[in-house]
Design a protein around this ligand. Sequence first.
Ligand SMILES: C[S@@+](CC[C@H](N)C(=O)[O-])C[C@H]1O[C@@H](n2cnc3c(N)ncnc32)[C@H](O)[C@@H]1O
Length: 359
Amino acid sequence: MQCFKSLFTDEVSVAQPLFSLDGQSLITPQSVSNRFPSPNKDNETERLRIAEAEFAIVINIAMQRFAAGKDLPDAVRWLIGQLHDIRHKYGAAVWQKLIPLIQAHPSAKILQQCPFTRWSFEKPRGYSGDASLIDFIYGHPAVAEEVAKSTLHGLNIFEYTINAPGPVAVRERRDTLTRYVDETAARTGSGTEILAIAAGHLREAEASKALAEGRLKRWVALDQDPESIGSISRQFQGTSVEPINGSVRGLLARKHQIGTFDLIYAAGLYDYLTDKVAIRLTQISMEMLKPGGVFLFANFSDEMADDGYMESYMNWELLQRSEANMRHIANSATENPVDNTVWFGANRNIIYSAIRKLS
Ligand SMILES: C[S@@+](CC[C@H](N)C(=O)[O-])C[C@H]1O[C@@H](n2cnc3c(N)ncnc32)[C@H](O)[C@@H]1O
């Protein structure tokens, strides 16, 4: 076995800080660690040494497969699985110490040739999980130029990263949102009012029949990023989509006077919110629902498969939630938590909760 130390460059690149945005969607390695316990707090130094050695073996094999250049997507699939196992086996405390070492390993330069991995690591918009990052997952033309800049190696890696379980679940999530909007329009008729919180580029609107056929009264799309709001304004000009540059903080402070809705949803947001903020946002959203309206929120589940790769090579930390966590948020935010459904998407990487406000 090759010595672990020799596999790493001397220069240890420090993970970039996670930006706080409006201060509400701030997650830190500490908040991730609090939800993801270490199996055994004793002998942490010893366990870190063993984890380093295990990573050294894994990355050695992966580097040999990368060098052979055969079936790169499968080599990446295998590596992602191994990182998931190491993360779970050694627990949060050891894993957090391993992350900077993984990021400093020469393999990072190879894997970050993948345009999706690189964008996530470099965070050109200044924070994790921006809407353009999600456009790579959607295979959207808006990022075609960025993809085209990639090396052949990078494109081969991208072929797997973009079809890993997490991205597959994110595409299903987008389609679920479209379905919810169209079903709400079918149920409520011509006065349908929708609110998307943390709308990103509102890609779910592209396939909405209700929007295309002019059957929505308004589809308010709120996001803190002015670039995302600009993209929505350009693309959906002349439709019932109403972009608003606003934030979770603004919603919690009831700063945005935007009325009431038949459907409110948040996708790709709760993964960055602590329980306290998530519960408060759910309460406020319930207040903004019309009687009979539905609030839907999604979160990466604690069964997700790509966490080790995302947190290390992509520097993308998320708060994963279990079925019990989702129920706890919904129950804590509602007085009469009847009609609260929690379910997993098809590959169980994303979990959903829908709460219907009583008529
Ligand atoms: C992962 S993207 C999800 C975009 C879209 N909902 C989707 O499913 O494709 C997360 C979005 O949340 C927005 N966001 C994050 N924190 C926010 C906050 N505190 N207030 C408003 N928007 C926020 C970001 O600007 C970004 O556009």
